[in-house]
Structures are given as C-alpha cells and as structure tokens.
Design a protein around this ligand. Structure first.
Ligand SMILES: N[C@@H](CCC(=O)N[C@@H](CS)C(=O)NCC(=O)O)C(=O)O
Length: 220
C-alpha cells in the first residue's frame, strides 16, 4: 500500500493527499512525530532528503529531485492513471504551479504559522521557532502576526487571477481538474489549517471551486 509521509498542515503534503483521495485508492498516512525530527525520511531516502512529502510505495521511495519539480505528483499520476499532466497543458501548468508554490505559498503559510502554537507540539516549539527564525529572521512569527491584516489583503489580491479563471471554467485550466487544481487546493488548505480564516466572500467562484475540491473523486 502507498504510504504518504507528511505533516497534516503542509501545503505540499495536502496536494499529494488530495490526489490520493481523488484517485480513490487505499493509502496510509504517516505523520512525522515532530517538525524538527526528519530522521525517518532521512533514512528512507538514503540520506538524500529531509523535506516532506515523501511517498513509499513498496520498495520505491519518491521525493522531489529539485525545487520546481513535481516528481511525487507525476509518480502518482502515472501509477494511478489520472491524466493530471496532459502534454498540451504542460506549459500553462508549469507557470501556474510556480505561482502557487512561490507567490501564494509565501503569504499563505505565514498566515497559518501565526497560530503555530495550536499545531506544533510543546516539545517541538523551540525547533520550529528556530527553523523559522534562521530562515526569516529573529521575531518573524510576531512580525507576521502584526502584519496579519496586510498579509490577508495580499493573499486576496494574489488569489484574484484564480477567481477570474474560475469565473469562466469549472477548474483552473479546463472543465476537469488538472494538477494545478490540487496544487492550489494544497496552498489554500495550509492557509485555512488554523481554522481562523475563510476564503473571501468577494471571490465566490474560488469558494465554490474550493468546496468542490474538498471531496472531489475521479469519474470512473
Ligand atoms: N517543492 C517541495 C517542497 C517541500 C517542502 O518545502 N516541504 C516542507 C514542509 S511544508 C519541508 O519539509 N521543508 C524542509 C524543512 O522544513 O526543513 C515539494 O513540492 O514537495
């Protein structure tokens, strides 16, 4: 059985989890015990990778080979025959997933991280804070809290192109879901993870699409 090694709030993990649920296959979720303890995936990947998600499928271990690759999703897509990466939409998808992973994620994760005490275990807090501060500077979490309103406005602005696309189609690029729909879903679920936010009422098509994506199953 396929195993997904993850953190439940990680945008990149939600993408793969939703793809697996969409496919309707049985799979096992393995949550890493602490954000600061990557020993399990370090071991599994032959000391090559410490990020999540990682997929274990029998003897096969799948993880991203680069910063902008989609190796995990492509593996699941091929194995489960989902056709989420049609060749004729490869270019559009490549642009859009970069927008999701860079522009949208950079704001969405900060808004969720403000509430890190709600989802990081007490014995993992120091490691979590240190990890963030080493990357974003001392006091970054407090800073994001003080910028919350502004970050929310920024996210809404960044989501506007998605709202505009969804005003004319059921899914971002087609009348069926492609990889980028799962990608955007992962980023939004991370933003919404703390339970303190909702998608803007001003963006009704995005809200409707999001409701649909929560439980969408592939058509047999
Ligand atoms: N491009 C990768 C990004 C994966 C990633 O950044 N994962 C985060 C968790 S959301 C992580 O584990 N980062 C390494 C770290 O925290 O040390 C993907 O799509 O899977």
């Amino acid at each position: 059985m396929i195993e997904l090694i993850q953190f439940p709030w990680s945008p990149f993990c939600v993408v793969q989890r939703r793809i697996l649920e969409f496919a309707g296959v049985r799979f096992k979720i393995v949550n890493l015990p602490r954000t600061g303890d990557r020993s399990q995936i370090w071991r599994l990947t032959g000391e090559k990778y410490y990020a999540v998600p990682v997929i274990k499928d029998g003897a096969k271990i799948i993880f991203e080979s680069g910063d902008d690759t989609q190796d995990v999703a492509r593996y699941l897509d091929a194995k489960l025959r989902l056709d989420l990466f049609p060749v004729e939409r490869e270019g559009d998808q490549a642009i859009l997933w970069r927008y999701c992973e860079h522009e949208l994620e950079a704001v969405g994760f900060k808004l969720n991280d403000i509430y890190f005490r709600d989802f990081v275990q007490p014995d993992d807090l120091v490691s979590f804070v240190r990890h963030k501060e080493r990357k974003f500077g001392r006091g970054c979490l407090e800073q994001w809290r003080s910028q919350q309103k502004n970050l929310l406005r920024q996210l809404e602005q960044l989501l506007l192109p998605c709202e505009q696309m969804l005003a004319h189609r059921s899914f971002l690029l087609a009348d069926r879901p492609l990889f980028v729909d799962f990608e955007l879903f992962g980023i939004l679920e991370n933003f919404l993870y703390s339970g303190h936010y909702a998608l803007a009422k001003k963006q009704p098509h995005l809200r409707q699409w999001h409701r649909k994506m929560i439980s969408l199953k592939r058509t047999p």
